[in-house]
Design a protein around this ligand. Structure first.
Ligand SMILES: [Zn+2]
Ligand SMILES: [Zn+2]
Length: 276
């Protein structure tokens, strides 16, 4: 319970800082502690740090931070992909050691497939070229979709690639190329979602959602069965949570199942919300 309370405190603290960051400049909150905190966090502290850095290192730390920030925001890098993998693997590491031995052979077979598919589709989404428009494929790409005269107009030129923009294409500032039928740049796959990999991306969403649902249903089923056995065991002489003679201490093993389910659910949530 102590760990949970600490996690809840950290989440609350981060949520409060996010609230201050986004809403601290609202006129409605002027002359409130929220506005004061916003100025402290985003004006006074950065100014103080910049002037200190100027005095100590001639501004080198500030310019390095700025370069790093630009790289993180506007270049391709697998940081979020690694974070996504860590969530996926972390959820499974918490879930499987407890749940796997209790699964039937059928659920072990289907579970193994459900676990592997998101990794396969993540790899295919990330490694497949999203549909780069090059000199070689520019002519067929121009004929691929008609212009709708609303979002896409004939004659528009990409100022970076210096080519006419095919309908439904977009220049990605992160990938630094024009992408055919571009949907969005997804930081979770470190790639654009375009004409050539949309199907892999949708399969990644579907397989991750199915894994979450499947894992959640199995986890709840396992926990319910054990609670029933535990109740029966208590009535028959305090045999404990599992009701299999392993005693009360085994109850602690079941907590990771729930945590794992929550972790994987979070993964699906952030993936779905990632664009726009
Ligand atoms: Zn372009
Ligand atoms: Zn991109």
């Amino acid at each position: 319970m102590g760990t949970l309370a600490n996690i809840a405190l950290v989440v609350l603290g981060i949520s409060f800082l996010v609230f201050v960051t986004f809403f601290g400049r609202l006129p409605a909150l002027r002359r409130t502690p929220i506005a004061w905190l916003h100025r402290l966090l985003w004006v006074h502290l950065p100014n103080w740090f910049t002037s200190l850095d100027q005095r100590l290192s001639g501004g080198r730390v500030t310019s390095s931070c700025s370069r790093f920030g630009n790289y993180m925001m506007y270049d391709r890098h697998p940081t979020v992909l690694i974070f996504f993998l860590a969530l996926l693997i972390g959820g499974e590491v918490l879930y499987l050691p407890t749940a796997w031995p209790q699964l039937s052979p059928l659920h072990k077979a289907t579970g193994a497939i459900a676990i592997l598919l998101p990794y396969l589709f993540l790899y295919l989404s990330a490694a497949t070229d999203a549909g780069t428009i090059t000199a070689a494929n520019h002519v067929p790409e121009m004929a691929r979709y008609p212009y709708d005269f609303t979002l896409f107009h004939p004659g528009a030129v990409c100022s970076t690639c210096r080519r006419l923009k095919p309908a439904r294409s977009k220049h990605c500032a992160v990938c630094k190329r024009c992408v055919a039928r571009c949907d969005h740049h997804c930081i979770f796959i470190n790639n654009c979602v375009g004409a050539a990999n949309t199907h892999w991306f949708l399969l990644l969403l579907l397989s991750t959602a199915l894994l979450t649902l499947y894992g959640g249903v199995l986890g709840v089923g396992l926990m319910t069965a054990q609670m029933r056995l535990g109740d029966a065991g208590c009535g028959a002489g305090h045999r404990g949570w599992r009701g299999d003679g392993r005693g009360d201490a085994a109850g602690a093993d079941d907590e990771p199942v729930g945590v794992g389910v929550v972790g994987v659910s979070f993964v699906v949530g952030v993936l779905r919300d990632d664009d726009e």
